[in-house]
Design a binder for this molecule. Structure first.
Ligand code: SAH
Length: 371
């Protein structure tokens, strides 16, 4: 007998000390010893159990009692798509049928996991497939952490190494989901043991969220999707620029830096003839020269919709060289997992049944400006 997941507490979404307290209370009420809590904790945070049934060092009656009292929101793996370059994309089905994706990206001696923070996204960035498909709902902390648990378990069972880094660069805008993302950060760091400096929150520039992250004592890393060095151009690419314009964004970034001296990554999607001129590179260097910055240049991955192309390699190199000449570190990010639609901005459940959001106006405006 298991109860409906909605009427029971998802153990995976509770902060570590809260989970511990609830488990202790649960076992205490049943006349069980405290070491049962340690057993469950190991299954939760080290062995990535997907169901209480798997906790085989507990007697069957205790496993049943746990399933009565709590739930484990372990998403179902719908698909694991493997790229020729070693990248693996997982499609997960959540309890209510929503689909989210995470991506494992091996590089050198790292294994980076890219996770989603929302089902869909409301930010409507013009070049992003998730943005075009619209916003569905927030992910809970448990659902965010579940992607890590599921991917880690998959990696273990498929002979991949341990996950060394986590980036919030999948679907969604993490800082628009503080109730899910901030506890998830605590969990990943404290319960699952991923170093804060190995976890990067990537934001399009949600200023209140950046301030909240700055106030955290841990050294979580921040990446900012800038894409343009001035208001005029940026508002055409990322609509949030109208709400939190560049000066306000920079102010929040200064706070973030002052709070812990942490290096900030600026992401810059390179779109041919739109934001990739040497003059804009100089403008960018002037804008972010005040920070200990690193710029990630991402060649635009064409998606259906905008009439754009990626910057050609020589333009990417020239842009990077202009930044280097002004003392700004910059690297060109290789697109990974293109053959399985796992590359930046391509994460979008192809299984989605809902109609695309009406971005037609925007599309028309773009088509007009391109012609
Ligand atoms: N909401 C977060 C995470 C988004 S995805 C953010 O905006 O930072 C991570 C990165 O991929 C962002 O920098 C995003 O702008 C970029 N991206 C999205 N679509 C892309 C595309 N089609 N080509 C290249 N980069 C893209």
């Amino acid at each position: 007998m298991t109860r409906d997941a909605e009427t029971t507490v998802d153990l995976l979404g509770l902060l570590p000390e809260e989970a511990e307290a609830r488990l202790l209370e649960h076992f205490h009420a049943r006349g069980e010893r405290a070491y049962r809590v340690r057993q469950v904790r190991a299954w939760l945070y080290e062995r990535d159990a997907a169901a209480f049934e798997e906790m085989t060092d507990l007697p069957a009656r205790e496993r049943h009692a746990l399933a009565e009292a709590f739930s484990l929101a372990a998403p179902a793996l719908v698909q694991a798509a493997r790229s020729a370059d070693g990248t693996v994309k997982h499609l997960w089905r959540l309890g209510d049928g929503e689909l989210v994706e995470s991506v494992l990206i091996p590089a050198d001696n790292r294994l980076t996991l890219c996770i989603s923070s929302q089902a869909g996204c409301a930010m409507a960035c013009v070049f992003c497939a998730t943005g075009w498909s619209g916003y569905r709902r927030q992910l809970s902390a448990g659902e965010i952490v579940a992607q890590f648990r599921g991917a880690r378990r998959w990696a273990r069972e498929n002979g991949r190494g341990p996950i060394t880094n986590i980036v919030f660069m999948g679907m969604g805008e993490p800082l628009m989901n503080p109730k899910g993302v901030f506890p998830a950060l605590t969990l990943l760091n404290q319960a699952y043991g991923v170093g804060a400096r190995r976890i990067t929150v990537s934001t399009v520039g949600v200023v209140p969220g950046i301030r909240e992250l700055a106030r955290r004592p841990e050294q979580f890393r921040l990446a900012v999707s800038l894409h343009a060095p001035n208001h005029e151009l940026r508002q055409r690419i990322v609509p949030i620029e109208r709400k939190h314009p560049i000066p306000e964004l920079l102010e929040a970034l200064r706070e973030f830096e002052a709070a812990g001296g942490r290096r900030i990554t600026f992401e810059y999607t390179m779109i041919d003839g739109v934001n990739d001129s040497p003059a804009l590179a100089r403008e960018l260097a002037d804008l972010i020269g005040q920070f200990q910055a690193h710029v990630n240049l991402i060649p635009y991955n064409p998606i259906p919709g905008p009439p754009w192309r990626p910057s050609p390699p020589q333009r990417l190199r020239a842009f990077a060289a202009t930044l280097h000449a002004r003392g700004i570190e910059a690297t060109v990010r290789e697109p990974r997992g293109r053959d399985i639609a796992a590359a930046c901005g391509q994460l979008r459940a192809e299984h989605e049944t809902s109609p695309p959001r009406p971005f037609l106006q925007l599309q028309q405006a773009l088509a007009g400006s391109a012609g």
